[in-house]
Design a protein around this ligand. Sequence first.
Ligand SMILES: [Zn+2]
Length: 125
Amino acid sequence: MENHAKFKPRKSGAKQFNPHKKSDLMYSSKEWVEYRKIFLEINPLCYSCGISATAVDHVVPHKGNVALFEKLDNHIPLCTRCHNTCTALFDRHAIPKTQEKLVWLQKNRELKDVRIRIKVLSKYK
Ligand SMILES: [Zn+2]
């Protein structure tokens, strides 16, 4: 089995951790936890509405795909509300509605006059 992941899975982790679920392994990895922390430190504001960000969202939902999970330009900082909205409206579909999500994000940014550029962590390149 291939293991090219930058964010290596570990065997145990957070509450309700499901060792049989690939995305649980990915989110609970030491590397992801560290990356997420630093990403939110250098990108502290929600890309969509400009308030304090709490989540690293995958623009294109990874659905367990390691390459999409790790792809640096697939990460945006979102607040809890925007993240929940995007996940519910656009990500949780058999075929994710990524284009609709991008339109929603752009419209919300214009509405809130948000002018944030996402900074990518160079050490992960
Ligand atoms: Zn937001």
